[in-house]
Design a protein around this ligand. Structure first.
Ligand SMILES: Nc1ncnc2c1ncn2[C@@H]1O[C@H](COP(=O)(O)OP(=O)(O)OP(=O)(O)O)[C@@H](O)[C@H]1O
Length: 336
């Protein structure tokens, strides 16, 4: 593959005022975010902060309640296939490969938005179709080579180890020739060696001229990789800046450790609930408050904050304004 370098910086993605409500729950609230050519931007935040919901708004899986999403200056319709055709590709938090297809076939599926041959041409297998098929095959093999899976082209995707399945998802996303790649927790379940390789792969993708927006709980990965990092807390963008700026911001540390701070998103609701609980128990809010600083680590010291086994008190899914129980499913269950 030839390396493309972009001489001028342009805005690839511009999300403005994106808000997503599910009934009474505001999962994403008035979020603005831009990604420019040549950039790797990180999106972090505690569990339930609204990161995946925001991705779903960007890719047309959800129609945002308010706000708009533009790709290279054109406002995108909220239809996943049109978003892919426009130039945005994504991977999912829970791997979504075609398990009984080969590795190569999975990548070929990803190319369908870039092949122009119609149904009749495919059925009759005319010369136009054969030429397009050969070109797609060559490109798919090139992408498999790029992610290091060319030698497994004929394997069934379900037989790949986990780390390779994640690479295959990336190859399939790249097959649509995107200008922006959205990665949702690309290193989830990877060992440190695989994570390091994933980091190199993302840099290589950026060097191909593809901008990257990545959600990840592994802070070391994010802060090594990203030119800019945005932090979502309870659906709102709390901070945005370089890795150094974000790591040093005490509001970010507080959000991860569950320590309340002045003006924290959702702080008013939390205070209301605490006051009500305290009233019920006949205690004051202070005495009823949980231990808010269970660990002394900063986000940078907690390379993998994903496991939900020991979440800090405030990192649980946000307060549901309608009192509804939060969903406990992965993205498959997230269709509105
Ligand atoms: N389809 C839906 N219907 C109702 N509520 C939803 C839906 N999708 C997401 N939510 C809620 O929106 C909030 C944000 O969820 P989201 O999955 O976007 O967070 P996240 O930051 O990606 O979390 P994690 O890091 O755990 O993946 C949660 O309270 C979640 O329960």
């Amino acid at each position: 593959m030839t390396t493309m370098t972009t001489a001028t910086t342009t805005t690839v993605l511009e999300a403005s005022g994106v808000t997503m409500r599910f009934g009474g729950l505001t999962a994403v609230r008035a979020v603005d975010l831009t990604v420019n050519t040549g950039e790797i931007v990180g999106l972090i935040g505690p569990n339930g902060a609204g990161k995946t919901t925001f991705f779903n708004c960007l890719t047309g899986l959800y129609v945002p309640t308010e706000g708009k999403v533009a790709y290279k200056g054109t406002v995108l319709p909220a239809k996943p296939h049109l978003v892919t055709t426009a130039g945005i590709a994504r991977t999912f938090q829970n791997i979504r490969l075609f398990a009984n297809m080969t590795v190569l076939e999975n990548v070929l599926v990803g190319r369908h938005t870039r092949t122009k041959e119609g149904l009749w041409s495919a059925l009759l297998r005319g010369p136009g179709f054969k030429k397009a098929e050969a070109a797609s095959h060559a490109r798919a093999m090139e992408l498999l080579d790029f992610v290091g899976l060319a030698h497994k082209a004929d394997h069934l995707s379900r037989n790949l180890p986990y780390g390779e399945q994640r690479k295959l998802e990336i190859a399939r996303a790249l097959a649509s020739e995107p200008g922006l790649l959205l990665l949702d927790e690309p290193t989830a379940g990877m060992n440190p060696q695989e994570t390091r390789a994933a980091e190199e792969l993302v840099f290589a993708i950026r060097d191909q001229g593809i901008a990257v927006l990545v959600i990840e709980h592994d802070m070391r990965f994010i802060f090594n990789l990203c030119d800019r990092v945005a932090v979502l807390v309870q659906g709102e963008k709390l901070v945005e800046g370089t890795s150094d700026v974000v790591q040093a911001d005490e509001r970010v540390i507080a959000a991860y450790l569950g320590t309340p701070f002045e003006g924290a998103p959702g702080a008013a609701e939390v205070a209301e609930v605490e006051a009500a609980e305290a009233h019920q128990e006949g205690t004051t809010p202070d005495t009823a408050a949980p231990d808010t600083a269970p660990r002394a680590a900063t986000p940078a010291d907690t390379p993998d904050t994903a496991p939900a086994a020991d979440p800090p008190p405030d990192t649980a899914p946000p307060h549901h304004e309608d009192g509804a129980t939060p969903r406990a499913t992965g993205p498959e269950g997230k269709a509105p």
